[in-house]
Design a protein around this ligand. Structure first.
Ligand code: GDP
Length: 362
């Protein structure tokens, strides 16, 4: 199976990396996501950024528009088609199941409030990322709260810091040092990204403000750089399906649907899918594959467009029969032949039981 997978890897066809945002409550995860999605801008789809199911798709030209102020960031190096940012930072049940080590996220943004430092959920997130070996950057968020800080989101954050007056500089330096030390105590080498001596062994810190926008371009550029350095092989599109159920929802006109993140492979209308349910594995056929309509068209027709086939990486809504008892947080399988169904049901059942055990242990 491994061999087949290696053969399936397509070197010139990279999929979008899946980005997760983690951190302690109130440190600014939601606000950072909003900023990345630009939902507070009423222009619709700025730079081709589109809402997906449970995720936001930031295509390469969206990255370009948001990083134009970043010095030395070379877009022409970008060899993947943009970023897929997962929208559900604090989803309790999901993070419980996900923490079992599923490889949903390719890369992560760990949000740390610069005025608060590391807190219990920050440490939990670090442990999770270490366990999964997920590369990540730290957003040193709420930098606008630094004493006498002067914002300038149109400039590279390195320049913004240079332009601060002494009191702001001193306050920033002191807080940053404390956080670097706290990260050291968690067994992590860490440095401001422009002082990072070795991106393979040091975590980069990017000062940000999700309110003023300071450093947000640098954050996106840093995430892209890290993908470029660490994920090239992992991002090669593979036909081997990797798909996780995010949520189970009832939608008018479609009945019970599941929202999934398709990390690798593709889904087709009519595929036989197998997924965990409260009363055992569910086997059903995909009735429709749905993506949200572009914002402008939503009012005209239905909310969704239907597709015959969807390739990774994307957030997708699946309508099918018998999804009422589906469980979120676990993998979905596709049976390409009838004789695979029983085997995959066993796989799904095994994963479900292992997840239940790991939650009880907690
Ligand atoms: P979450 O719980 O991690 O998702 O945190 P939220 O995004 O909900 O933010 C918590 C609070 O901090 C909200 O009141 C935000 O408006 C505020 N906040 C988030 N980011 C920033 C920031 O960069 N600067 C300032 N001053 N406030 C922020």
């Amino acid at each position: 199976r491994k061999e087949a997978n290696e053969k399936n890897l397509q070197e010139d066809n990279l999929r979008a990396p899946v980005v997760c945002v983690l951190g302690h409550v109130d440190h600014g995860k939601t606000k950072i996501l909003d900023k990345l999605r630009r939902t507070n801008v009423q222009e619709g789809e700025v730079g081709g950024i589109t809402q997906q199911i449970g995720a936001t798709n930031v295509p390469a030209h969206g990255v370009q528009r948001q990083t134009h102020m970043v010095k030395g960031f070379d877009m022409s190096n970008l060899n993947f088609p943009g970023l897929l940012i997962i929208d559900t930072p604090g989803h309790e049940s999901f993070s419980n199941l996900r923490s079992r080590g599923s490889s949903l996220c390719d890369i992560a943004i760990l949000v740390v409030d610069i005025t608060q430092g590391l807190e219990p959920q920050t440490v939990e997130s670090i442990d999770l990322l270490k366990k999964r070996k997920t590369p990540f950057v730290v957003a040193l968020n709420k930098v606008d709260r630094v004493f006498e800080w002067e914002s300038n989101p149109a400039k590279d954050i390195r320049e913004v810091i240079k332009l601060q007056k002494e009191p702001a500089k001193n306050d920033f330096d002191r807080r940053t040092k404390e956080i670097i030390q706290a990260l050291n105590e968690q067994g992590l080498n860490a440095a401001l990204f422009w002082e990072n001596p070795n991106p393979r062994s040091y975590v980069s810190l990017v000062p940000t403000s999700a309110i003023s926008g300071d450093g947000m371009g640098n954050l996106i550029a840093m995430v892209c750089d890290l993908c470029q350095q660490r994920l090239n092989k992992r991002l090669m599109f593979s036909e081997e399906l990797q798909c996780t159920v995010l949520e189970v929802k009832t939608i008018q006109g479609h009945g019970t649907t599941i929202d999934v993140i398709l990390v690798n492979g593709r889904l087709r209308e009519g595929d036989t899918i197998i997924l965990a349910g409260t009363e055992g594995p569910i086997v059903t056929q995909i009735r429709s594959l749905l993506l949200p309509k572009p914002l402008k068209e939503i009012r005209v027709k239905g909310q969704y467009d239907e597709f015959k086939e969807i390739p990774a990486a994307q957030g997708v809504k699946i309508a099918a029969r018998d999804l009422e008892k589906a469980i979120a947080g676990l993998n979905l399988q596709v049976a390409y032949h009838d004789d695979e169904v029983d085997l995959l049901k066993d796989d799904v059942d095994r994963e479900f039981k292992a997840a239940m055990r790991s939650i009880k242990v907690k």
